[in-house]
Ligand binder design. Structure first.
Ligand code: PMP
Length: 477
């Protein structure tokens, strides 16, 4: 009962999500204990490192991209398809640093090291690679006439909104519930969707997000209603959406919704902003906008733009909007939008980004990745059927959703005030955590939540990686 699904068939995905949520299975308790024991015996250095880190780092960890249960694994090095921890364990890397290292780990390590030796990673002055990178982005994204590099996806989302407000002279922002647009005061998870969730809001004044409104995914009527409602407060500056749906497409958006989003933005004089932090250059060279044939006013880019080198992000779009940015030499500064960033567009990252984009195009990487991903996911679906594990199994090319918990779909099934909502959310997060822990013990590190990624380095190894999944599925109730 876990068929391989088409990522554009939202109805089938929603129906399967409901099945997963209502018939969710867990790993057997003896199996969970076996994996906990594995961590104790095989990852003693990681365990020690975590204890040491907690003395000087709040919570002992600074990255929340992956599963950290029972404790974070301390990685020593990464190469190609693999991660190596301090205890000498080797893992297949399906996390890929949260997506950006599409070509594999340390693909241009030698070139970048040589660049640092010959030229230095940071000067605070212009380097030719900034222009080259901007040209490459404009070349592959017809909606992008100008591009501005920034330090992270979070910064790019912040600046996208600031530009939209300055350009439209409106204030209200619409986003889709569950979408992630970084951790700024305005966008941090849950702020505008669950103001009652105090844990998300410590340190954030309510004014920071009270002009940001959440709508349900794929509900065109609700979206228009929000545009209408916003007219009372001066109108909508922008509709911001993860272009394939929340959490890298865990709840995919339909083609109709995409078309309606474009139309409604036009009708109400708002900018359409695609957050393509995960999808740009991963979902083909032209990202999600090429896939959907849609043209946003602004596009948010993230870590992929630097090929996995720090710090990377950027915003691009229509010339008349982008020209409002005020870094550099500008007349009429009073009419501009301020932006900065010491590490933005640093020579090393711009250089690594150019190398990566050119290599992706030259090797036709996306075609190979898409083929390997489709094959892998069909095999995964077969395994979930064989071991009778209810799961959502679909992929947007190399963005893979292998979801045994259905976490992202719980709000589409239960209302927030239904006691089942809280119970389900708790059970689902335990399930996700144990699944990722089991896979790590079986030799594969995945991303947090239900999604994960293939790279050009892991694509040739999918048959071996399937072994990790099969051993884990065997351990389900
Ligand atoms: N938008 C999306 C869709 C993301 O997935 C992320 C992070 N993965 C961000 C924004 C924030 O990017 P960063 O972590 O570089 O700040």
């Amino acid at each position: 009962m876990s068929k391989y699904l088409d990522c554009y068939d939202y109805a089938a995905i929603h129906a399967q999500a409901e099945h997963v949520v209502k018939h969710r299975k867990k790993l057997r308790r003896d199996v969970v204990q076996k994996y906990l024991d594995w961590f104790d015996t095989h990852c003693a250095t990681s365990k020690l490192r975590f204890q040491q880190a907690q003395e000087v780092i709040p919570g002992g960890i600074e990255h929340n991209l992956a599963n950290n249960h029972p404790f974070p694994i301390s990685i020593d090095r990464a190469e190609g398809a693999y991660l190596y921890d301090e205890d000498g364990n080797r893992y297949y890397d399906l996390l890929m640093a949260g997506g950006p290292t599409i070509l594999g780990n340390n693909y241009f390590g030698k070139e970048c090291a040589q660049f640092i030796i010959d030229k230095a990673p940071l000067t605070g002055l212009y380097s030719e690679y900034e222009r080259k990178l901007a040209e490459l982005v404009c070349q592959y994204y017809p909606s992008v006439e100008m591009f501005r590099m920034l330090g992270s996806g979070t910064e790019a989302d912040m600046i996208g909104v600031r530009l939209a407000r300055a350009f439209t002279k409106k204030k209200e922002i619409i986003r889709i519930r569950g979408g992630y647009h970084g951790w700024s005061d305005q966008f941090i998870y849950n702020a505008s969707e669950a103001p009652e969730d105090a844990a998300c809001l410590n340190g954030i004044p309510v004014e920071c997000f009270q002009s940001t409104h959440c709508v349900e995914p794929n509900d065109i009527e609700a979206l228009e209603q929000q545009f209408i409602e916003n007219e009372k407060f001066g109108g909508t500056a922008a509709f911001v959406m993860e272009a394939i749906g929340q959490d890298s497409g865990a709840v995919p958006l339909t083609r109709e919704y995409h078309a309606a989003a474009r139309e409604l933005c036009k009708k109400y004089g708002a900018l359409l902003i695609f957050d393509e932090v995960v999808t740009a250059f991963r979902l083909g060279m032209g990202g999600a906008q090429a896939e959907f044939g849609s043209k946003p006013d602004l596009t948010i880019f993230g870590k992929i733009i630097g090929g996995g080198y720090p710090c990377a992000g950027g915003v691009g779009g229509r010339r008349e909007i982008m020209e409002m940015l005020a870094a550099g030499i500008n007349k009429n500064r009073d009419k501009k939008v301020r932006v900065g960033g010491t590490l933005s567009a640093n020579p090393l990252t711009a250089y690594a980004g150019c190398l990566t984009i050119e290599e992706l195009a030259k090797t036709n990487a996306h075609e190979t990745l898409a083929k390997a991903s489709d094959y892998f996911m069909k095999e995964i679906a077969g395994l979930t059927e064989k071991y009778d594990v209810p799961a959502l199994v679909f992929n947007h090319q190399s963005i893979l959703h292998i979801d045994v918990a259905g976490s992202q779909h719980i709000p589409t099934i239960y209302k927030k005030d239904d006691p089942e909502f809280a119970r389900q959310s708790k059970e689902a997060s335990q399930c996700v955590m144990e699944f990722a822990m089991a896979l790590a013990a079986e030799g594969t590190i995945i991303s947090g939540g239900g999604k994960t990624y293939l790279s050009c380095a892991t694509a040739p190894l999918v048959d071996e990686i399937l072994g990790s999944y099969e051993r884990v599925f065997k351990g389900f109730e």
